[in-house]
Design a protein around this ligand. Structure first.
Ligand code: TEU
Ligand code: CA
Length: 606
């Protein structure tokens, strides 16, 4: 490849994000030797094929929106609050806790899926987009939840899963059993290879080949996730029309927007070519940022989202910071924001690895994003969700350190630019659980991974030891409301075991204690609500080159604030004097000469 062509390709956001992933961020074309250029041939071909828009930053004043200022709280309904003693969280249970969320300072509630589903993936396998799963309640319960949420001045967004449906959805059942079905082409069917193997080498996210074989049709159907989650064919305009109807149906009911599950996966490359191991999960590069993605997102925006004062956040599975911008720039009229999870693990690490996450990595990841004051894009600030072990425990498992780190994360969240997300229990400092055996796993991802490790020759002990720290069950243990039986989550038998520390860490104790993690979150959120400078203000890093220290100011015409954080477990000298500044919130009782382990504080300068 000639250097000019390489230079041109390296301008592309997708190439830049991929270079990040390969640990080659920001290298100029001249820095690539011939061997590396050859090795990265699949990257150049992929980038050349996509020719996706280059994001051009826009500078000036941010326009103010409710969803930019919002603190959004994710509820995993199955584990939040059970009102009828069946051990499963439900909508009446959520209604009973709305005052708790209001007290915390939540502006928006995001519900993980509550639609009718066989629960192969706990609701991310939708069987009916316009019906409530009976375990959660009725549509009347939902209408009451929405009304009670709005009554308290809060908004509610739904989790919409549009890359796939359950194989029990009527569309798929019709495709499978009715030779004249109008829904056959709603899914991705292919003939297998002559030797009887699947159409290509793609692997699912859940440790299996990404194809199911249906002998009655002698065809294979694609599933990027579980074998009961069948990928939809977005090339089909009739499918897109059905999706637009479903979005409008919920928006007309009054919901305030959507979290869009793995929405960047909906466009697959023509021909579904084999995946290259270079990109990790086999097949990933053929769909993580496909050629018609922008077209599909613009279509949904034009025919649904933009017709209401709605908010959308896409889950950008596998996207990097730059490709995320290309989808969330407001001038593109696609999505308002996109989750970027690039900071959830250190490069080269995965969620199953039990390593000490270095907050210096988080700082170096966050600073460039925060310093990029492009008003055409808006970030999300998120550390926890239902797919990952608790962020707190990635940094430390020491209880005393966790007391400080939980508050440091809270203070960072509430003083950075972006829409802020909290995951249920994060506000209490809930932690990971010491699962006792694989029989306690409920998560399809963990169960499949455990099986595949055994099949690959690992012992049961080895397989369990690998999966337990990273199973998504870590984030799904029941919400801890009291120190009483089952932490007040249910009067029955919880569907998933509780974490180990609910006597100490629960809402009843923490809401009554002004020094608790809950109270710290409440105060930090109150600061963010009181000072919009913390939302929209200019971001300037303080001595970014200093290791183990993260400091920054936020300022605009309305005020100036300074945040200092010690990112490690030993004392460091304070690089900037805080004399004359008003300390608004700190995770220590006082201000000492130096910064103590994981010390974090926000000051008002003016
Ligand atoms: O997650 C997609 C996704 O990115 C996760 O599965 C992630 O890849 C994995 O857990 C990391 O180890 C969304 C939903 O959040 C998840 O709960 C669903 O299982 C998945 O899509 C399929 O709908
Ligand atoms: Ca229940």
């Amino acid at each position: 490849m000639d250097r000019n062509k390489l230079r041109e390709l390296l301008e592309q956001p997708m190439a830049q994000d991929l270079m990040d992933r390969f640990g080659m961020a920001g290298k100029p074309a001249e820095a690539f030797d011939e061997q590396t250029i050859t090795k990265l041939e699949p990257v150049w071909k992929l980038v050349d094929a996509t020719k996706l828009p280059i994001h051009v930053p826009v500078y000036g004043e941010y326009d103010r929106k409710w969803w930019k200022e919002a603190v959004i709280y994710q509820i995993y309904p199955m584990s939040f609050c059970d009102s009828n003693g069946d051990g499963i969280g439900d909508l009446p249970g959520i209604i009973s806790k709305l005052d708790y969320l209001k007290e915390l300072g939540v502006d928006v509630v995001w519900l993980s899926p509550i639609y009718d589903s066989p629960n192969d993936d706990n609701g991310y396998d939708i069987r009916d987009y316009q019906a409530i799963h009976p375990d959660y309640g009725t549509m009347e319960d939902f209408d009451r939840l929405l009304e009670e949420t709005h009554k308290r001045g809060m908004k509610l967004i739904m989790d919409m899963v549009l890359n796939h449906t359950s194989d029990e959805h009527r569309w798929f059942q019709s495709a499978l059993h009715d030779p004249d079905s109008p829904y056959k082409d709603f899914y991705i069917w292919r003939k297998g290879k002559a030797d009887g193997t699947p159409p290509n080498n793609w692997q699912s996210f859940f440790s299996e080949p990404a194809w199911n074989y249906y002998p009655e049709l002698d065809e294979w159907a694609l599933h990027l996730f579980s074998r009961k989650q069948m990928d939809l064919n977005w090339e089909n305009p009739k499918l897109r029309d059905e999706v637009v109807k479903i979005l409008n149906w919920w928006l007309q009911k009054g919901v305030d927007g959507f979290r869009l599950d793995v929405i960047n996966l909906i466009s697959k490359f023509e021909g579904l070519p084999d995946g290259d191991p270079l990109f990790g999960l086999l097949g990933m590069e053929q769909y993580f940022y496909g050629p018609r993605l922008h077209e599909y997102l613009k279509d949904m925006n034009a025919r649904a989202f933009s017709l209401y004062d709605s908010y959308t956040v896409g889950e950008g599975c596998g996207l990097g910071a730059r490709t995320t911008n290309c989808i969330s720039m407001q001038s593109a009229k696609e999505l308002n924001t996109v989750f970027c999870f690039g900071h959830f693990e250190e490069p080269g690490r995965n969620k199953y690895e039990d390593y000490a996450y270095d907050l210096n990595f988080l700082k170096n990841y966050m600073l460039p994003i925060q310093q990029d004051e492009d008003i055409d894009c808006w970030n999300t600030v998120v550390f926890d969700n239902h797919d990952n072990p608790r962020f707190l425990n990635k940094v430390s498992r020491d209880p005393a350190e966790c007391e400080k780190i939980a508050r440091l994360i809270a203070l960072m969240e509430m003083t950075l630019r972006g829409t802020v997300y909290l995951y249920q229990g994060q506000e209490l400092g809930m932690r990971d659980t010491a699962f006792r055996g694989p029989e306690e796993f409920r998560d399809v991802e963990a169960i499949n991974l455990y099986k595949s490790l055994i099949e690959s020759g690992k012992t049961e002990e080895e397989a369990f030891a690998y999966v337990a720290p990273g199973t998504r069950d870590q984030a799904r243990t029941p919400m801890q409301w009291t120190a009483g039986e089952n932490a007040g989550f249910t009067t029955g038998t919880p569907w998933l075991r509780l974490a180990d520390d609910y006597e100490l860490r629960n809402a009843e104790a923490e809401t009554a204690d002004d020094a608790s993690i809950f109270s710290f979150y409440r105060k930090a959120i109150a600061l963010r609500h009181a000072y919009k400078t913390l939302v929209y203000g200019h971001f300037t890093a303080e001595q970014p080159e200093l290791a183990d220290f993260m400091g920054y100011t936020r300022r605009d015409d309305d005020g100036e604030f300074y945040v200092e954080m010690n990112l490690c477990n030993h004392t460091i000298s304070r690089p900037r004097s805080v004399e004359g500044m008003e300390c608004l919130l700190s995770n220590y009782e006082d201000t000492a000469a130096d910064l103590r382990p994981y010390e974090a504080a926000v000051y008002r300068i003016r």
